[in-house]
Design a protein around this ligand. Structure first.
Ligand SMILES: *Cc1c(COP(=O)(O)O)cnc(C)c1O
Length: 374
């Protein structure tokens, strides 16, 4: 396979060196930007394989840069981090397949509990004390316990003392990417009420956490004791309020090039006809590698220091770009996206071209794309 998801200094020698960062350096820079705006601790959220960048690599880089917690969505993801030697506290929420309380305790994983039923099951199953964070529904109607059930949750937690240890209270913001603190007011209020109830029930000290990247960057009222940063680590700010550093570069090779006359049809359905004599380059990546098939006007890749537009449909394994007067030999590197700007498209641009969010671009990179970490 010719494609490569990399953060290598060598990938594009045409660009000025100071603009290039290794993955750990980019993650560290992003952690520092978050740190500059909060006194709260930082949890590095590395679910979905570190947003497509490699969970262990992103976790290590974030921890080296000062993150004190790691966050995942199930115990298997947490176990992989432990196997890689990471010793920080890890919180797992969601746990779609349920939690094996014994396994979670064995790996030293904290579990977020979003319902009375889940907590009852953990109390029944735990053999050694399991650390839990009570997860409040702060307006998403997704995971999280409704405030109405909170008193019952606390009753079960009190009865389960010795088997479960309440160490945290957690919520998640529905609208933090609006960059408008008023959008978060109701959630912050609910969070305070829920925390106070937990303290009154005799638990504490508590680690209270609500904000993800957008809240961390835009609204200090949401920070409490810890902020959970996922997208921000790899350079995505959902609030688009500050410039973070992209942590990856996606390159692929020209596999074929040709000069064609005006009126040449390109790709499935012959949806594009060349309007003038031009050169084409076929790049060896397609939707199976994460190039969104839905891209519209503007989608392009960088080759030889300039942008060249995609023409015709995205195929499973290939795209075709119009390179104008330039004929690029087989093996020439094309950059699909990278952090440096200019002719190199960003992940954010791909998201706009595809009518989606940057998260789906990075988590959608295909399994056959080689990952290399620099
Ligand atoms: C994914 C997730 C995060 C991280 O969100 P980002 O916007 O990527 O920083 C934080 N908290 C919860 C509950 C999540 O599911």
């Amino acid at each position: 396979m010719t494609a490569l998801l990399a953060a290598e200094r060598t990938a594009l020698s045409l660009l000025p060196a100071p603009l290039l960062r290794t993955l750990p350096a980019a993650v560290a820079e992003n952690v520092r930007r978050v740190r500059a705006g909060t006194g709260a601790r930082i949890m590095a959220v590395v679910k979905a394989d570190g947003y497509g960048h490699g969970a262990v690599a992103v976790a290590r880089a974030a921890v080296d840069a000062g993150a004190e917690w790691l966050g995942v969505t199930d115990v298997a993801e947490a176990a992989a981090l432990r196997d890689a030697g990471l010793t920080e506290r890890i919180l797992s929420w969601l746990n779609p397949a349920g939690v094996d309380a014994v396994e979670a305790a064995a790996h030293g994983v904290d579990i977020a509990v979003g319902s009375v039923e889940e907590l009852r099951r953990l109390v029944a199953d735990a053999e050694s004390p399991l650390r839990v964070h009570l997860h409040l529904d702060t307006g998403m109607s997704r995971e999280g316990c409704p405030l109405d059930d909170w008193p019952e949750l606390l009753r079960v937690a009190r009865q389960g003392r010795g088997r479960v240890e309440v160490v945290g209270v957690m919520g998640h913001l529905p609208c933090a990417d609006e960059g408008d603190p008023r959008a978060n007011e109701a959630a912050v209020l609910r969070m305070r009420q829920a925390r106070d109830a937990v303290l009154r029930a005799g638990f504490g000290p508590l680690l209270v956490h609500l904000a993800a990247t957008a809240g961390a960057l835009t609204d200090p009222a949401t920070h409490f004791d810890l902020v959970r940063i996922g997208a921000g680590l790899v350079g995505i700010d959902p609030s688009e309020s500050i410039a973070l550093t992209g942590a990856s570069r996606f390159t692929a090779s020209v596999v074929h090039s040709s000069s064609v006359p005006a009126g040449t049809p390109i790709g499935y359905g012959r949806t594009h006809l060349t309007t003038r004599p031009t050169c084409l380059a076929v790049i060896g990546v397609g939707y199976a590698d994460g190039i969104p098939r839905e891209v519209g006007e503007g989608a392009s890749v960088e080759i030889g220091g300039a942008r060249h537009p995609l023409v015709g449909r995205v195929s499973m394994d290939q795209i075709v770009v119009d390179t104008g007067d330039a004929l690029f030999p087989r093996g020439t590197t094309a950059t699909v996206f990278g952090p440096e700007g200019g002719a190199v498209p960003s992940v954010q641009e791909w998201a706009r071209w595809a009518g989606t969010i940057p998260h789906t671009i990075v988590t959608g990179i295909g399994a056959r794309v080689q990952r290399s970490i620099a």
